[in-house]
Design a protein around this ligand. Structure first.
Ligand SMILES: Nc1nc2c(c(=O)[nH]1)N[C@H]1C(S)=C(S)[C@@H](COP(=O)(O)O)O[C@H]1N2
Ligand SMILES: [Mo]
Length: 340
């Protein structure tokens, strides 16, 4: 069986989803990559300069925090190590921050030792072709062994630092700064917010709440109001959620295994990567929801857990949009259930 980190699923064959920014900053200047901060020899490299540092092929597994993976993907580029050999980091340099040529100056960072040990690559090509713009062309980083948000598109600046500087997703969206997919380091809760969130859970009012990774397994939360809440990675396993209002909520990667979702309102909810196995969805409304990577039944050859298949019937409401994003196996199961 294919080795996948916990709760990752393969992207459809031949598909490479675009995540985050879709294009770099508009700028007529020729592309260059600056290396600065705690280095003996700061430098600016043109793309041809960079490529003379010695290109290698590297095959790695891509694991996006939104749950899709692509295994054995080949990139070609220059190892970060080769570049830093030229610029010679000072002994105080303990972190490396990669900054993009993008409108929000998107960035991400790694401990320098990790970036080197993991074999970070400054990549120009993907499967023998130049990187397309939406995937970070002409130059991006790829970091094996970390969720893909540590791999920066449109590399413009590499900064060596004594202190860490949280990247865009890590600082703004609560993405885990260590990002090891095997340890499932996806999201962190903002400091100090857990108690407040649990108080809101007790009151069954999570409308507009922004909290990541909240554990609500087996809780009785019928009639819960969670409209517009951001509850990525929440656990609702075996929770009782009849009539819950999840309209437009972000429930990506949420676990609803065995949950009672009868008559729940999930219109417009983001359920990407959510697990709904064993959930009771009779009378639930899923119209306009986003179901990329969501699961209702076991995948062939999947032995992860012994949940039964979700319960759907003719009273479960769905429209074309959510169905289009399911994989074939899940879509067949859903369609067959709602027709019977
Ligand atoms: N400049 C930039 N780099 C970025 C992002 C971004 O929004 N901007 N998103 C990150 C995330 S979350 C992922 S999963 C990957 C997605 O790369 P792809 O669009 O080529 O699949 O890029 C990462 N690097
Ligand atoms: Mo991502």
């Amino acid at each position: 069986m294919t080795p996948l980190p916990p709760r990752q699923a393969l992207a459809a064959p031949g598909k490479w989803p675009v995540v985050g920014e879709r294009s770099p900053r508009a700028d007529d200047a020729p592309w260059s990559v600056h290396v600065e901060g705690l280095v003996e020899a700061p430098a600016t490299f043109s793309l041809p300069d960079l490529r003379t540092l010695g290109e290698v092929d590297q095959t790695l597994d891509v694991h996006c925090v939104t749950r899709w993976s692509r295994l054995g993907v080949r990139f070609r580029g220059v190892p970060l190590a080769a570049l830093l050999e030229r610029c010679r980091p000072l002994p105080e340099a303990r972190f490396v921050s990669f900054v993009a040529r993008s409108d929000r100056a998107h960035s991400t960072s790694l401990p320098l030792a990790d970036a080197l040990d993991l074999g970070t690559l400054i990549a120009f090509e993907h499967e023998g072709q130049p990187l397309t713009v939406e995937h970070g062309g002409p130059v991006r980083t790829v970091v094996p062994g970390r969720y893909f948000y540590k791999s920066l598109k449109w590399l413009e600046r590499i900064e060596l630092r004594a202190e860490d500087r949280l990247g865009y997703w890590e600082g703004e969206a609560g993405y885990h700064n260590h990002a090891d997919p095997w340890a499932e380091e996806r999201y962190v809760l903002p400091e100090g917010s857990r108690v407040d969130v649990m108080r809101r859970v007790q009151a069954r009012d999570l409308a507009g709440v922004h909290a990541l990774g909240v554990r609500m397994d087996a809780m009785t939360l019928d009639g819960l109001t969670a409209r517009g809440a951001i509850l990525r990675d929440a656990w609702f396993r075996r929770a009782s959620l009849t009539g819950a209002d999840f309209r437009d909520a972000n429930l990506s990667n949420a676990r609803f295994e065995g949950a009672d979702l009868r008559d729940a309102d999930l219109r417009g909810a983001d359920l990407e990567g959510a697990s709904l196995r064993g959930a009771d969805l009779r009378g639930a409304d899923l119209r306009g929801s986003s179901l990329f990577g969501a699961t209702f039944c076991a995948e062939p050859g999947d032995d992860a857990g012994d949940w039964p298949d979700a319960r759907l019937d003719a009273t479960t409401r769905l429209d074309a949009e959510p169905l289009a994003r399911l994989n074939d196996h899940q879509r067949d199961y859903v369609l067959q259930s709602v027709r019977s």
